[in-house]
Every structure is written in structure tokens, then in C-alpha cells.
Design a protein around this ligand. Sequence first.
Ligand SMILES: Cc1cc2nc3c(=O)[nH]c(=O)nc-3n(C[C@H](O)[C@H](O)[C@H](O)COP(=O)(O)O)c2cc1C
Ligand code: SF4
Length: 463
Amino acid sequence: MTTFLLPREPISTLDAYLATEHGGRGLEEARRLGPQATIDVITRSGLRGRGGGGFPTGRKWSSLASQTGTRRYVVCNASEGEPGTFKDRALLRSNPYQVVEGLLIAAFAIGASEIYIGIKGSFQPEIAAVTRAIQEFQTAELCRDCTVNIVSGPDEYLFGEEKAMLEVIEGKPPLPRLLPPYEHGLFSTSPQEGWEAGPRSPGERTDEPNPTLVNNVETLANVPHIIARGVEWFRSMGTRESPGTVITTIVGDVVAPDVGEVEMGTPLGAVIDAVGSGPLPGRQIKAVFSGVANPVVTAAQLDAPVSYEGMSAIGTGIGSAGFIVYDDTACMVHVAYRLSRFLYIESCGQCPPCKLGSGEITSLLEKIEAGSGTDGDLGAIHGWLRRVTDGSRCYLATEEQQLVSSILRAFPAEFAEHIETHACPRPETRPIPKLLDLADGHAHYDQTYWRKRPDWTYEEAAE
Ligand SMILES: Cc1cc2nc3c(=O)[nH]c(=O)nc-3n(C[C@H](O)[C@H](O)[C@H](O)COP(=O)(O)O)c2cc1C
Ligand code: SF4
């Protein structure tokens, strides 16, 4: 297996990192090349964002560098809230130095003098690892012209949405603002377009958009390797459209859930076998989801390559490559209900069709699963699916639309069976795989999640 991001043994000191063949060389090389040439290398490498959207990283850096504005910022998205995903935490635990080096290169390339790392307050081992790495870079004077701040944020899924992350860094709740970070960046004094629109104080400046670059942990971890080893080396792995490797998480109905680094373009079934040790004995894979952000992959599609173009060819997306596997004992109506409920709970409610629609869809799915649903309920779900994205200011509503529609399309017989027999033929429940830890083949899910209410408070635990 090709690995360069996940070392065999964790790297826990800067000295150990600098003693590796390429540790620290990327930053050195970037300073030698200069900002524009550094951006050019990242562009030519074909690196694409690993946070879920797959946006070309060089193009993002280039557009940030060409934005006007008095100040620029770099934000590392380390909030990892996608169900079934643990790769950023695995990276921060095993080598936080490459992420810090990637951040320093990004700041140098776009001309930012301040960096923020947005990370969940509950990720204590990762906060400790990245804090130590930053302090060591500072002591070694490798972090000369840049301040690095760690902002610990809430457990909500939306904290990872980039427009919400900027709100959190500014001390507010994780409610996505309207404009993207490159237009309305951190501490911007341009007219407020966020959820907290209001009059400004007299004399306050209103002309500083502060364009802000937001990149995922894994995206940034790739950067020093690419700058140090070159475009040819990076492009020698993966496919033409998806060069490099990807860190995947495999959880659900598999023998040993785990995180692993694979070359882009490896077939999904082979990734499930290599990283998660395959399905349980005697079981067949029925469905796979890339987190909760993309349409379902069915058993017939397991040969599809894990790459941007490979997943897109079968009508889905690679997302953050956290794959949730369900075998032939799973009820797909139940799965649809659980995943839809997650999105309903996490929706912030700024756009009424998103919160109301995902809530209605979730209740109707629960009703069908319980055996009391009708064809009319199925029709109502389709109706809400058409409207749930109306006026949405972030992608969460689209996730609900794509995910639920794809399950309805792929497994119509299971819905019909519940409606006709007034019962669930496979009444085995599955938890929402919101990962707290993943080690030694065991996935630890958040057992309190079931008590989370749509207003983000928690029901009292039963005695
Ligand atoms: C609801 C929602 C949750 C998200 N959660 C994360 C997350 O936990 N981590 C992450 O890096 N990106 C997350 N994203 C994507 C970010 O908005 C953003 O696209 C990404 O951080 C950009 O980095 P990249 O270009 O390096 O991929 C989320 C997006 C949405 C809509
Ligand atoms: S689309 Fe949904 S989650 Fe996103 S801002 Fe609107 S209400 Fe909130």
C-alpha cells in the first residue's frame, strides 16, 4: 500500500520530523521558489481538496492571492464532523508536523500573516498534538512571520462548513454566513452578510473583505510533500484527474473498522477489503455511503474507483472518503431514517425549507419504517425532497436531498415491502456512525447522539 501521509509509527517531535527524508524541505523550497511559483506547483500537481468538495487547491490559492484586501487569513478545517470519517484525527495524531508545515506554506503563498486552526473542543489528543507541533516550530524559529491560533469549537456538524467555521472563529455559533470565505473572510469589515446582519457603529471601516483560505487537514498535509518532492512524484500516484493518495475510513458492517491510505483510483470494494478487512463472514455488502454527503453506492457498483471521476461516473462523490458499509441484514428504510435524522438534527434552521423539510422527511421515514406508512407518505417525501433545498445557504440541504432520493431510487422494493406488510422485515437497528475514536479495529460511536434534539440540546439520559 502506498503511504506517505500516514507514517508507520507516529511522529511526535519536530526533531523526528525534520530527520525524515522530506520533513521541513517543503517550507524551505517554497521560500526559495517564492509565492507565485509555489502556487504554480500546487496547481500543476492536480491536488484537490480532501474536505468533501474536491475543489482544485491551486486554483483556490490562486484566486485568494489575487483578491484585494488589507488582510488575508488561512484557516485549517480540523473539525471532522462527517459520520464515518476519522482521517483528519488519524493524521493529526500520527504526524501533526506535516499539517503545520502545509499551513505555513499556504500562508506564505497567499500572503497571510495569521493562521487559525478550527478544531472541535472534544478532540483533546489532536489539540495536544497540534499545539505541541506549533510550539516546536516556533521554538525552532521555523514559524517566523506568522501567528498560529487554535480555536476549539462545538461538536455540531455545521462547525465544519467553512462559512460556519469563520463564524465560530469570530466567537459566534456555527451558523453559516451568506458569502464564501474568499469574499467575506475572517473579521471582515465589509457589509455584514451573515446571520447577524445589523447596523454598524459610526465611523467603522466597511471596506475590508479579508479574503480567507479554508483548507482541510489532509489537503494541507499533502502540500509539503508536493513542494519537496515535485509534481512528477505526486502525479506518479493515483489517476490523471485524481493524483496522489486518499486517506479513507471504513466503518459499519465490516470485520475491522479502520483508517488507511490508498492510491486514488483503487476500486471501492478493494478499499473496503484492504482497510476494513471486508464484510462480516457470510454477509454480502448491500450499500455504501460516503459519509452523509453523497448518494448511495450499491453492491453492483463496488468496482468503481475511489477517485473524483470514478465516484462521479456512478452518480456519487468521494466526499471525505469516510465510507459507511451496510450488509444484507440492514434495512434501507431504517438507514434512510437514521441518516436523514442526523441531517435534520444538525440543520441550523436559518433556511426554513431545510429544517422543516428534513424534519418532515425524517418523520415520514420513521412512520414507514414502523410499518404504518402509506403510498401517500412516500409521495409526501418526494414532494419535500423537491423543495428542501429552496433558498439554502449551505450544502447540508442538498445532502439531505441527494442522500434520501438515492436510497428511494436504489431500494424501492424495501419501501413497498414496509407499506404492504405493515412491518419491518429486517428490524435490526444501526447506530449513526459519529466517531469518537477508532483504534485496533474498533469504532467508538457517540452513544449520546440519539438524545440530541433538533434545537441542539440533549434529552436527559434515562436512569
Ligand atoms: C455540512 C458540512 C459539513 C462540512 N464539514 C467539514 C469538515 O468537518 N471538515 C472539512 O474539512 N470540510 C468540511 N466541509 C467542507 C468545507 O465547507 C470546505 O469545503 C472545506 O473545508 C474546504 O477545504 P478543501 O478545499 O481543502 O477540501 C463541510 C461542508 C458542509 C456543507
Ligand atoms: S441549508 Fe440548512 S444547515 Fe445550511 S444554513 Fe440553511 S438551514 Fe442551516
